[in-house]
Design a protein around this ligand. Structure first.
Ligand SMILES: *Cc1c(COP(=O)(O)O)cnc(C)c1O
Length: 479
């Protein structure tokens, strides 16, 4: 089994992308025996989480909002991770939670969260879900006229009035209208929507909501200014805006070095252009491609490196001036609270994913494939690849082997494209069956959002690291 395969010296691998690692991750990765025993106990892969950075990230947002003297509510966008530990930590530490389905809302209520600390932003709202929200006084963000009608119908049936916010889209930025399939067009909001809710005693208007695709600071600031103006139109008709919710999409930073990031992009482009050896599986361009001899497209991944992540990103949005005024001041002057719904960025540094090596082999092109006991849906977002180097953890009897090699990690689904990472990764030891691989900072979307159970594989196991260093199953496995 351990007959050494021929190792290519001087093999082209992908340039390094070194991930930022929280101290709890470093400590745990030192404890190989512990990790081995967790894989033995729970199988592969496992996700391990710490809620400590989650609460720290939250506090940073609070401090930025206080600096800008804004009344605020911070809703953790619960869809970004399945674990109940984060919902509990949110509950215990005074955060609010953004829910996007019946089960998400029900779980928060079952944990004892008050309806006033929840918001419902689900893209599809069934009558059952709307009823649950209204019965518990949960703010409902409305997206279309049919929703307005169902919500007011159910509120009337329950002989109550439902607190609502209006989701707005279609903002004009630099002369171009931002398209979104969500929400009411901002122009329509002043007319159609206004008329629908103005004289409707079963709805209590509370504020406006938007959530923009992408990560532009300017677009968020311009949208915020436009909604502040919209609130003036409503105020002129006696409808006061209590809050404006700017949704999520607050950037985070995964990588230690901007230079590494730029070098990676340059190398990828050279490889796709045919000027350098491929650094990705089958020379996948991750968004770049050659058309008629010219390099076209752009990197179709999350922007993994950022100089102003999380609270600093928020600060930039709030400090941004539109028409000569900082947007934070527009809200403060009007007595409007700022709501936000960060998901990914609150989960920064809270999770890792660990998997076991099952086989190594050379394919017909000479690539070294390393089969992991997991599949690509267990490390997957809408991003074309996860651009962080994993940490390779050789088994005890493989530590002494210092034979670096470039590999592709492949998974358990019967798909040619079931690659865990598309980049060719340099690992410091020639791999052996039973080694472990740790993917870092995976809690926000990467481990859960697209995870499926094809082939009847179990979903991965979610574990929580506690303050006393004990590690136990997350309660999501009991629901
Ligand atoms: C997905 C989503 C969020 C969270 O976005 P992040 O990028 O995880 O911060 C917040 N609000 C709404 C309405 C969303 O759809």
């Amino acid at each position: 089994m351990d007959t050494p395969l021929v190792i290519d010296k001087g093999v082209t691998i992908c340039p390094p992308l070194t991930a930022i690692q929280a101290d709890w991750m470093k400590d745990l990765l030192e404890n190989r025996d512990k990790l081995r025993s967790l894989i033995d106990q729970y199988g592969s892969p496992i996700n391990i989480h710490s809620t400590v950075p989650f609460v720290e990230n939250y506090k940073e947002y609070v401090s930025t909002l206080q600096t800008h003297r804004l009344d605020h509510k911070i809703f953790y966008a619960r869809k970004a991770n399945k674990c109940l530990a984060f919902v509990k930590a949110a509950h215990e530490n005074g955060f609010c939670v953004d829910t996007a389905s019946y089960n998400e809302l029900k779980q928060c209520l079952d944990l004892g969260m008050d309806g006033s600390r929840l918001v419902l932003t689900a893209a599809i709202k069934t009558e059952q879900l709307i009823r649950l929200a209204i019965e518990n006084g949960v703010l409902i963000i409305l997206d279309n006229v049919d929703e307005i009608e169902v919500v007011s119908k159910i509120a009337r049936e329950l002989e109550t009035a439902a607190p609502i916010g209006i989701r707005v889209s279609g903002f004009e930025v630099n002369g171009e209208k931002l398209y979104s399939r969500f929400g009411f067009d901002i122009d329509e909001t002043k007319t159609v929507v206004f008329n629908h809710i103005k004289s409707n005693s079963s709805l209590i208007f509370q504020g406006f909501h938007f959530h923009l695709n992408g990560y532009s600071i300017e677009q968020r600031a311009v949208a915020l200014a436009a909604v502040a103006e919209l609130s003036d139109v409503f105020a002129a008709h006696g409808m006061d805006t209590k809050f404006i919710d700017i949704g999520g999409g607050l950037l985070m930073n995964y990588l230690q070095s901007g230079e590494q990031w730029q070098y990676f992009i340059d190398t990828l482009k050279s490889a796709v252009s045919g000027e350098a050896d491929p650094v990705t599986f089958q020379n996948n361009g991750l968004g770049f491609q050659m058309i008629d001899g010219e390099l076209k497209g752009e990197l179709a991944t999350y922007p993994y490196y950022n100089e102003s992540p999380r609270d600093r990103f928020l600060d930039k949005v709030l400090s941004y001036t539109v028409g000569g005024q900082a947007v934070a001041k527009m809200l403060a002057d009007r007595g409007i609270a700022l709501h936000l719904e960060p998901g990914r960025s609150l989960l920064d540094q809270t999770g890792i994913t660990l998997a076991e090596v099952i086989y190594r082999k050379r394919d017909s092109q000479g690539n070294l494939l390393v089969g992991l006991n997991m599949n690509r849906t267990q490390l997957c977002s809408s991003s074309a690849d996860y651009l962080l180097d994993p940490v390779y953890l050789p088994a005890e009897n493989n530590m002494a082997n210092n034979d670096p090699v470039g590999v592709y990690f492949v998974g358990a689904y019967c798909l040619e494209q079931d690659l865990i990472l598309k980049r060719k990764i340099a690992i410091p030891h020639y791999p052996q069956v039973g080694d472990l691989v740790c993917f870092l900072n995976t809690a926000g979307y990467m481990m859960h959002f697209y995870e499926t159970e094809a082939h009847q594989f179990n979903l991965s196991t979610n574990l929580i690291l506690h303050a006393d260093d004990a590690i136990s199953l997350d309660d999501v496995h009991k629901v």
